[in-house]
Design a protein around this ligand. Structure first.
Ligand code: GLU
Length: 531
């Protein structure tokens, strides 16, 4: 016979199994389709952190067979910058993030630009007014400033909240007649959310776990502004609800707003279908102290925008694309800023990321923006980039065969593809000067004899190919009994002016017989005069 504790533990185990099953099926029943959104405000060039946010959203959507939305949050007319929306769309498409629904694509919840959804927000704010969950507030900014000062002089901070609202000018303190008179007279007002005095907001962030906030610490946030436009908070919550968003994945800077958003969902009666939140870690300065800023980019000489951005005043900010970062490298670099695969793998294609990505592996702590890592990724992807494409894109003025050879010669030596073009130009320029230190150390009799003999043998090479050139060099040096290693660097200096560079035989093949002979003649002459 089992004893009592045994049966009790079995009972507990069974009941929790039962509960787990119930929870499971409940979850399945209510499980929403995965719908995520990237919701930028068109206030200027999209910060690179925004691209990472979009990328994480996209990866989750693709992984779970969901939809990725693009919503433009342009309700703050004072911060609107024209061209920013187009820029955002171009930046996302550059890195390969495709939008399923939203601005530029359309979809069942049109319009996706918040400035075109004014009536919707008006309707929902009216609902909250009618249900006594929001109220009109007429306080002018001067009055609120005065309030703030009074509080400050008493050593505390002013909040428009359950206590102070009763002493301010709003529909909770005005008589119905006065309220009507003000509204009729068109006195400007805002609509504020009536945050409960004593309540707790509790939600589970997928990255930060449970977040608890007491409502006494929150103030009655403005939902509708005096210009008739909603604030970010109202528009964001209403749209996430109407657009059936399942996961809100956004930057950590929005975490302080989240409790208030939860209260809004509650006020609307939408809490049970509220999206899940995931607040992403900050991007930190390269040294790791503090948030990455535009200034860090200027100081470190690197962009913080995906594409070049032209400010309204005509000034330009660098873009990763224009600097020569490949989109594959960008994606790979960005995804690892705050997420890790849990393995040693470093290089991921977009398809592999879609397969591997999980929100669980996003870190809580900020990620250092190490630009050297971005460069390293660029080199890795550049190495594997098809030669034909690089030749076509970066060496359009060269004959195809030569262009391919140049690409082959340089692509593993450079960080950015456009450097291949720069290197090519340098390769075809006859040197004007020769590395002095190397000349001083190595321009000796053997070098002079060996290089001269080599030069004299060159005209007899029929196919001027690296292999044959090398063979000729060997032969000539052997005849003279000079060791190859003794004169190689000097030969390079004679040909290019510099002591180091890419494969010399291939370089000669590309430069061509006539030019190689001419350069060697010039060098022998000039160096003999010097020494
Ligand atoms: N419009 C906000 C932004 O510019 C969106 C924040 C959110 O995703 O909720 O970042």
């Amino acid at each position: 016979m089992r004893n009592f504790t045994d049966s009790l533990s079995i009972l507990i185990a069974q009941s929790s199994l039962l509960r787990a099953n119930v929870n499971h099926s409940k979850k399945q029943m209510t499980q929403q389709a995965v719908r995520v959104r990237f919701a930028p405000s068109p206030t200027g060039g999209l910060h690179i952190g925004g691209v990472r946010t979009a990328l994480y959203n996209y990866l989750l959507a693709k992984k779970l067979g969901g939809k990725m939305l693009l919503r433009i949050e342009d309700t703050d007319q004072t911060r609107f910058v024209s061209g920013a929306e187009e820029y955002i769309i171009e930046a996302l498409s550059w890195v390969g993030i495709t939008i399923d629904e939203g601005v530029g694509v359309g979809g069942p919840h049109e319009p996706y630009r918040q400035s075109e959804r004014k009536e919707i927000y008006q309707k929902y704010s009216q609902q909250l007014l009618d249900e006594d969950k929001a109220y009109y507030a007429f306080d002018t900014s001067e009055e609120l400033d005065a309030m703030r000062q009074t509080f400050e002089s008493q050593g505390s901070a002013f909040q428009y909240n359950a206590i102070t609202r009763l002493k301010l000018s709003n529909s909770l303190t005005l008589s119905p007649e006065d309220l009507k008179a003000k509204l009729d007279a068109g006195v400007p007002y805002v609509i504020r959310l009536k945050i409960p005095a004593k309540d707790e907001v509790r939600f589970k962030d997928l990255i930060r776990d449970w977040v608890h906030v007491h409502t006494s610490t929150l103030d009655d946030k403005v939902l509708m502004k005096s210009d008739g436009m909603p604030t970010y908070h109202l528009a964001n919550v209403v749209d996430d609800h109407l657009m059936e968003i399942s996961h809100v994945i956004r930057g950590e800077e929005w975490l302080p707003s989240a409790p208030m958003h939860v209260l809004l969902y509650r006020a609307f009666g939408w809490e049970s279908t509220m999206p899940q939140f995931a607040h992403l870690p900050l991007l930190l300065k390269p040294e790791g102290n503090g948030k990455l800023s535009k200034r860090d980019g200027d100081l470190g000489g690197f962009p913080i925008f995906p594409l070049e951005w032209t400010n309204p005043d005509g000034s330009k900010a660098k873009g990763f694309r224009e600097e020569g970062y490949l989109k594959e490298a960008m994606v790979n670099f960005l995804v690892l800023l705050g997420w890790n695969p849990g393995t040693e793998q470093e290089l991921f294609s977009m398809e592999e990321l879609i397969e591997t990505f999980t929100l669980e592996r996003i870190n809580k702590s900020g990620a250092k923006f190490d630009i050297n890592k971005a460069k390293w990724f660029n080199q890795q992807y550049l190495k594997n980039y098809p030669d034909e494409d690089l030749a076509r894109m970066y060496l359009p003025n060269y004959e195809t065969d030569t262009a391919l050879k140049i690409v082959h010669l340089f692509k593993e030596r450079v960080t950015f593809p456009q450097e291949i073009g720069e290197e090519a130009t340098a390769l075809f320029a006859t040197p004007e000067t020769y590395d002095e230190a190397i000349v001083a150390a190595k321009w000796n009799d053997d070098a002079k004899r060996g290089i001269t003999a080599f030069k004299d043998a060159l005209p007899s090479i029929e196919n001027f190919l690296a292999e044959d050139i090398k063979h000729t060099l060997h032969e000539e040096l052997e005849k003279l009994g000079i060791k190859m290693g003794k004169i190689m660097q000097m030969l390079r200096v004679a040909l290019t002016g510099a002591g180091a560079g890419p494969d010399l035989m291939l370089s000669m093949e590309i430069i061509g017989k006539k030019e190689v002979i001419a350069r060697l003649e010039k060098a022998i002459l000039q160096l003999t005069v010097i020494s």
